[in-house]
Design a protein around this ligand. Structure first.
Ligand code: FAD
Length: 331
């Protein structure tokens, strides 16, 4: 596929009515992939929440047309209904590529969308390279981050791509005269096989969005108790970050599993990851080794976490973390 003929459709995922950052990262990738010759569309889906603010932001950041689908059936995330909504946008746009975030929703939707359009699918993309000739190469991690593969689509079928949050640059703004238009797209919800009755959020998990956090202070078994997380929380608060944890800390009951980072937890790529009392088991590294700057605090100088840390502090976290907090409070 030459870049001149490319048309991209971005699924603009929202959380609590607000555009998720990964939607703007997917939009940036779409703009890079179509380059100057093609068109970039976005589809914004919701039930009374396909907010105009989100649509305006997409239009201001280079989506040529923002298709808004607002339907009561889309009030809660339901894969069948959302896939049908994306299908309606696909029918209207006939894109050569469809981009989604590699989020819980994106992971559910992308295979459905790929099957519906009989497209190829590359998941969990962490880098996109394009050549002047229009070739595109996608990088994605394998084996829990122990290897990377570079993959490209073969000519023919549409592309379906999910992009890992926090890896690709955000779409830049465009001048007012190049901003896109916002248009409502008619949609008839299909009959669904299941329906969501209610979503009960755990009180202590509310508001934590590890996947999009810029700064994470994570605790491991070395934190020793639930109360031991208090100094980490103070440091996170001082830095404007959020708490994370190893599975060791979750299994020990020191914190909620919603904080678990790693192979069987969340994958995070913050700008700063501070690991406190975490040994650095391979399953933990699988979820955080792509962080931009890693600081490890551990009293064991041989702890494996130091092998991937940019900065290592050998010592007792209960002495060091409060010192760091005090120091940052002075800045
Ligand atoms: P430990 O390995 O016990 O390390 C505690 C560390 O704290 C030690 O290095 C110690 O030196 C240090 N320490 C102790 N006291 C202090 C102190 N006062 N100051 C400073 N340092 C101190 N793990 C994950 O994290 N995420 C996953 O998603 C995950 N998935 C898994 C999936 C499978 C299939 C399996 C088998 C395992 C998985 N694990 C996962 C578990 C993983 O193998 C480790 O057991 C776990 O990561 C260990 O957690 P930890 O580093 O907190 O604890």
């Amino acid at each position: 596929m030459s870049n001149c003929s490319r048309t991209a459709l971005v699924f603009a995922e929202c959380a609590d009515g607000k555009l998720r950052r990964v939607a703007l990262e997917a939009l940036g990738a779409a703009r890079q992939l179509v380059q100057d010759g093609g068109a970039v569309h976005a589809v914004l889906v919701g039930g009374g929440t396909a907010a105009s603010e989100a649509a305006a932001e997409l239009a201001a950041r280079g989506a040529g047309v923002v298709h808004v689908i607002d339907d009561p059936a889309l009030a809660q995330f339901a894969p069948e209904a959302y896939a049908a909504a994306i299908g309606a946008a696909v029918a209207a746009v006939r894109p050569s590529m469809i981009l989604l975030g590699h989020t819980a929703a994106g992971r559910e939707l992308a295979p459905r969308v790929a099957a519906a359009v009989r497209g190829g699918h590359i998941a969990d993309v962490t880098a996109v390279e394009t050549t002047d000739g229009g070739d595109a190469v996608f990088t994605r991690p394998l084996y829990a981050g122990k290897a990377f593969e570079r993959r490209r689509f073969l000519p023919g079928a549409p592309w379906v791509i999910t992009v890992r949050p926090n890896n690709l640059p955000l779409a830049d703004g465009v001048p007012p005269d190049r901003q896109g238009v916002i248009a409502a797209l008619p949609f008839t919800a299909p009959p669904l096989s299941t329906t969501v009755l209610a979503i009960a959020r755990k009180a202590d998990a509310g508001g934590v969005d590890l996947a999009e956090a810029d700064i994470i202070v994570a605790g491991g078994r070395g934190v020793r108790s639930a109360a031991g997380f208090a100094p980490l929380q103070a440091l996170a608060q001082t830095l404007g970050g959020v708490l994370g944890a190893s599975r060791g800390a979750c299994d020990a009951g020191y914190c909620d599993y919603s904080l678990q980072i790693g192979q069987t937890g969340k994958t995070v790529t913050p700008k700063l990851y501070i690991a406190c009392g975490i040994s650095g088991a391979i399953q933990h590294l699988a979820g955080m080794s792509q962080s931009r700057v890693i600081v490890a605090i551990n009293k064991d100088p041989e702890a494996p976490i130091f092998s991937i840390a940019d900065y290592g502090i050998v010592g007792d976290l209960f002495e060091i973390v409060p010192l760091l907090t005090k120091r940052f409070q002075l800045l």
